[in-house]
Design a protein around this ligand. Structure first.
Ligand code: 13P
Length: 251
C-alpha cells in the first residue's frame, strides 16, 4: 500500500522558540487527522532536538533538511546521519533544488548521502525537478528522469522501501505559481515508470511520490486527486499550522 505523506520543509525559517510553538500547534491539530496520512516536519538542524521532544508520543515524524556526505570527522559545519538518528530523526530531505542550485549538490553526492542515510536507518525524501529554462525548452521529462535514475538506480528495491520522491518544479517553488494537476501528474507518472523500468511495477506502485511547489490548502485537493500524486512537500504553507493541516486534510 502506498503511503500518503504531507511533509513540511521549514527551510531557513523560525527561531528555535518559534519552531517549538509551531510544532506544538501541528501536534495538537494533527490529533484530528484521519489515520493513513503521515505528517512530517523538517525544521532547521538547530531545532531538531527541541522539536523531537514536542513530537514524542504524537504521530508527526521528524525530518532533517540535509545531511553530510561523510560519516564523521573533520568536516566543519556539517551534520552526520548518526547525529540525526541520535535525537530521533526519522527522515532527511535530500537534493532539494535550493541545495542543488546554491550549494553545489550533485547527483553523485546524493548517491553518497542517500547511502549513508539509509544505512543509518533514516528514510530519504529525494527531491527532483526541472527549472524554468528546462521546462520552456521541453526538457522537463528528461531532467527528472535523469535525476531519478542518477541517484536511485544505485540502490535496490529493498532500499527503495525507505525512499520517498518529491517532484518540485523549481519554477513553482515559492513563486505562487503551482504546476497544474495535469502537469504534475504527467511528471509523477513518468517518475513511476522510471522506477518500474528498473525495479518492476510492484515497487513503482508502492513508491510515494510527493508534489512540491506553492502547494496550499486551496490547490492541494485537486493535486492529491491525481492517481500518481501521494501528498506534498510544503514550503511556505508549512509555517502555519492551520495551512499545513488544511493541506493534510485534502486527500
Ligand atoms: P513552497 O511551498 O514555498 O513553494 O516551497 C516548496 C518547497 O520547496 C518545499 O520543499
Amino acid at each position: 500500500m502506498r503511503k500518503l505523506i504531507v511533509a513540511g520543509n521549514w527551510k531557513m525559517n523560525t527561531t528555535v522558540p518559534e519552531g517549538v510553538e509551531l510544532a506544538k500547534a501541528i501536534v495538537e491539530k494533527a490529533k484530528g487527522l484521519p489515520a493513513g496520512v503521515e505528517l512530517v516536519v523538517a525544521p532547521p538542524f538547530t531545532h531538531l532536538a527541541s522539536v523531537a521532544d514536542v513530537l514524542k508520543g504524537s504521530k508527526v515524524c521528524l525530518s532533517a533538511q540535509n545531511c553530510a556526505d561523510h560519516e564523521k570527522g573533520a568536516y566543519t559545519g556539517e551534520v552526520a546521519v548518526s547525529m540525526l538518528t541520535s535525537i530521533g530523526c526519522q527522515y532527511t530531505i535530500l537534493g532539494h533544488s535550493e541545495r542543488r542550485q546554491y550549494y553545489g549538490e550533485t547527483d553523485e553526492k546524493l548517491v553518497v548521502k542517500t547511502k549513508l542515510a539509509l544505512e543509518a536507518g533514516l528514510k530519504v525524501i529525494l527531491c527532483v525537478g526541472e527549472n524554468l529554462d528546462e521546462r520552456e525548452a521541453g526538457k522537463h521529462f528528461d531532467v527528472v528522469t535523469a535525476q531519478t535514475k542518477n541517484v536511485l538506480y544505485h540502490f535496490t528495491a529493498d532500499d527503495l522501501k525507505n525512499v520517498v520522491i518529491a517532484y518540485e518544479p523549481v519554477w513553482a517553488i515559492g513563486t505562487g505559481k503551482t504546476a497544474t494537476a495535469a502537469q504534475a501528474e504527467e511528471i509523477h507518472a513518468c517518475i513511476r515508470s522510471v522506477i518500474a523500468e528498473k525495479f518492476g511495477a510492484a515497487v513503482a506502485e508502492d513508491m510515494t511520490i510527493l508534489y512540491g511547489g506553492s502547494c496550499k490548502p486551496s490547490n492541494a485537493k485537486e493535486l492529491f486527486a491525481e492517481k500518481d500524486i501521494d501528498g506534498g512537500l510544503i514550503g511556505g504553507a508549512a509555517l502555519k499550522a492551520d495551512d499545513f493541516l488544511g493541506i493534510a486534510e485534502s486527500f
